[in-house]
Design a protein around this ligand. Structure first.
Ligand code: NCD
Length: 329
């Protein structure tokens, strides 16, 4: 994998949470915290990215993640370009490499990339010029690092320390990049227990989650502090594999009755978009313990923290004295 950190340990690209250490994750969360404002107040703004250009390259559909990155970049003062996949040249057959080169020639500093194919953000990070940064905004079923960060930020703001927490992730874990990235961040932060509840046929290879406990639904929810529902990723399944919605809800939907097994103060999470009354009932999605909208708010703050961090690295490297630059070779 392309290195995410430079030789001094600073964030250069954000491709995966798998190799980020606790200190780096915590420093990004701490910075994101400072961008949060009480509802109704004006959102935080800085000029950290003034004069810089951020391009959203989404080769897979997205509403909230794309809007979130766009607002985060604007609130840092950047110029933002969001390319629509349906009108992009890649759809016309231009290679990804040519698309990147073309945009790079227009002085793009940060590419935010979402792709259905595993390896694409890493591949691009290996190609771009040294002063350009790649942020992974969702990569097949394998990585969604900013979602992982916003999830652990949300949990930390409600529950404080991770050591005593039981976190249950429920649903289509096999196809979920959210389960992977959030699970990795939780483990790095020392979560007490990570429980994975996957319906038959939607369980991942346990080797991918060596620190997790695979459980049934009731056991997974019992006294949980955090319950995260996941969407059934139909777009990553063959038509014959797609479960029947009503049957899925009956067997795995988060209902008030099932949530009663969790702790009274358990928070309910979902990365969105929700399939109401498939993986989660309306009542649970909208209950007082639901923090689903807060997750969205925290997403902007986390993306601001990440973009600020990579920009600071790029800036520091560009302004390095020749002597220091020589030493690095
Ligand atoms: C998730 C994604 O795209 O991986 N959504 C998101 O980023 N908010 C989860 C999903 O699509 O189910």
């Amino acid at each position: 994998m392309t290195a995410q950190l430079d030789s001094l340990g600073r964030l250069r690209h954000l491709l995966s949470l798998e190799t980020l250490d606790r200190q780096m994750i915590e420093s990004l969360l701490d910075r994101a915290d400072t961008f949060l404002r009480p509802g109704g107040e004006l959102p935080a703004r800085t000029s950290a990215l003034e004069g810089r250009t951020v391009t959203n390259l989404f080769f897979e559909p997205s509403t909230r993640t794309r809007a979130s990155f766009e607002l985060a970049a604007k609130r840092l003062g950047a110029d933002v370009l969001s390319l629509d996949v349906s009108t992009s040249s890649r759809a016309k057959g231009e290679s990804l490499l040519d698309t990147i080169r073309t945009l790079q020639a227009m002085s793009v500093d940060i590419f935010v990339v979402r792709d259905a194919q595993a390896g694409v953000p890493d591949y691009i990070a290996g190609l771009v010029e040294p002063h350009v940064s790649i942020l992974n905004a969702g990569e097949s079923h394998v990585n969604h690092p900013t979602q992982g960060l916003l999830d652990v930020l949300t949990i930390r703001r409600h529950k404080g320390a991770f050591g005593n927490l039981a976190v249950a992730i429920v649903g289509d874990i096999q196809h979920s990049r959210v389960a992977r990235s959030t699970g990795q961040a939780l483990v790095t932060l020392g979560v007490g227990e990570l429980r994975l509840v996957a319906p038959e046929g939607l369980a991942p290879d346990p080797a991918e989650f060596p620190q997790a406990r695979f459980t049934g639904l009731e056991e997974g929810l019992q006294d949980a502090d955090v319950v995260m529902a996941l969407r059934v990723q139909k777009e990553r399944m063959a038509a014959s594999e797609i479960p029947d919605a009503a049957d899925y809800f009956r067997r795995f939907g988060l209902t008030p009755e099932r949530m009663a097994l969790a702790r009274d103060d358990a928070i309910v999470m979902h990365p969105g978009p929700m399939n109401r009354n498939v993986e989660i009932s309306d009542v649970v999605a909208d209950c007082p313990n639901s923090v689903i909208e807060e997750q969205v708010t925290h997403g902007v703050a986390v993306r601001m923290a990440v973009m600020e961090a990579v920009m600071a690295t790029i800036h520091a490297e560009a302004t390095m004295t020749p002597v220091a630059a020589g030493e690095r070779r």
